[in-house]
Design a protein. Sequence first.
Length: 285
Amino acid sequence: MALRLTLLALGSRAKGYENRVMVYAHRRHRSWYQPPKLPHARSPLANKPPEEYGNTWDPRSGVDWYYRMRHRGAYRHWPWARWSDDPVRHHRETPFNRTFSHNSHGSNDGVPLWNYYAEVGQEYNTPSHFPLHYMAPFIHQYTGKVWSRSDIERHLKLIEERTGLLSIQDVHDNLPRLQEWGEVEMGTVPHGLLQHVEMLANDIVLQNRKKGFRRKLHENGVLRTSTMERYYALPHLRSGPPMPTTLQQPSGAFPWGKYTHMLGGTKIHPLHRPDGFLKENMYPP
């Protein structure tokens, strides 16, 4: 076996380039496992980390995705809602900020930070004349950390009994009365719950008014889809009977076509030359 000398100096120009390209390399490491540096215009791999390459159903192509992935332009502080912020206060933060002075942390957490109901725009599907304790599930989704749903319902029924405001519409119409009762009998019902009740009552009544206006306009012919896009349709045409009252009866003759047998006065214009299938009306070669 002949031992031959391996010349290591042959590959020395590519020492830092990991044996790929020599002098004209722009990036010293071949990292094919990183997301591509240039914008791939319409490829399914555009603006995705490699573990998302299997998702072919959401292409992130386009210049806005390119900008928002590398925080450029208007997308400088994107994403605007991130996993760490906590709008409904599910986590306790280290400095205890007390929105309202209470003995326990629980009732302090029930005080709303802002008007959740007006900002979220949830569809309630609850008419305004419904009793007050029908608001319990909607309040519970923002205060579930503090009160259970049955607790909220019990408090709402207590408000119904003590104030005489039985329906959502009543609360909306007599807000000062509710607030005055809350000050007189302070502590009967948690303070934050009263704030939730008045915000939610306002929002449910407002939403039902909007739906009423929309229904009225729809009946007057301003038609919109569920995404509020205008569409147009004919009105109901009442000019005649909806179905013909006397139907045309069959003639009894076999339904041969007009030109099948050429019986009777079938007039053909001389410039229409009907059948020269083997001569002048052949399909052109």
